[in-house]
Design a protein around this ligand. Sequence first.
Ligand code: HXC
Length: 276
Amino acid sequence: MTGWISTVSIFRDTLFSGKVALITGGATGIGRGIAEALARHGADLALLSRKADNLASTAAEIEATTGRRCLALPADVRNPEAVDSAVARTITELGRLDLLVNNAAGNFPCASEDLSPNGFGAVIDIDAKGTWHASRSVFRGWMKEHGGQILNISATLHYGGTPGQLHVAAAKAAVDAMTRTLAVEWGPLGVRVNAIAPGPIGDTEGARRLFPGPLADRLRALIPTRRLGSIDDIVNLALFVLSEAASNLNGTILVSDGGLCLAGRFPLEPESRPGV
Ligand code: HXC
């Protein structure tokens, strides 16, 4: 839980009324936070995730707390046919599809020399190909004719060299490239494509894997704002980017990391990193 529902939003309650959003990886973490907030501000939702149990309970909780529709669509973003089916079901059951949040991502720390081809491929398939599968499907199924917005959740790991993250850096660089290319190609058809690049965000599976225990404290000391980001930091930025207040943003990648990637002190030295 992000705590979003119990806090006061700076955005108006009806910001996304009449809109339908599809969020990949929407059952947990940042994806769940964005999903809850969109519903709290009037959108109906479809959540797509591999883990059916998490998905069903998250969708039920969001429906109960917000009163909005929330479809649970078990599917793997690596499977383009499954994504097409989920998109088709969203449009059939909710009547439209205005917003896509490409949030599903894979990650584990692993030194490059130990990374198997299949391990590299798993993360490329989830992050890069999954983003393409969902974007392609919503564009062909709805946005080409009606317009819409796509928000990709990227990262900052590839701005420098992050030991143990070769696969993730390569995948997120591809996500950034797709963000810029699709913004130019689809912009004339009324589709805005942007990305948010979070730095380390506390209380997420990614942080638990990459910065366990005392590493989180050491990392915090390197961040100019001296705090890890929160899920709500990303949620607030996502609401802004997806709203009409950001209607001149297209192909933009917004970094939310407390200034860490500017400080030139990330990552922690390789010897202290798990898996490296
Ligand atoms: C080395 C590993 C591994 C590990 C998996 N593999 N975990 N290799 N170290 N810890 C290898 C496997 O050995 C296998 O290769 C290949 O990856 C596929 O593994 P499977 O278990 O069969 O695949 P699958 O279940 O489909 O997916 C595994 C997974 C996924 C990609 C690790 O479960 C996952 O990513 N879960 C975490 C989700 C997550 O944390 N998302 C948030 C990301 S945050 P072989 O050769 O053995 O067959 C993020 C941004 C972070 O990305 C930014 C922070 C600043």
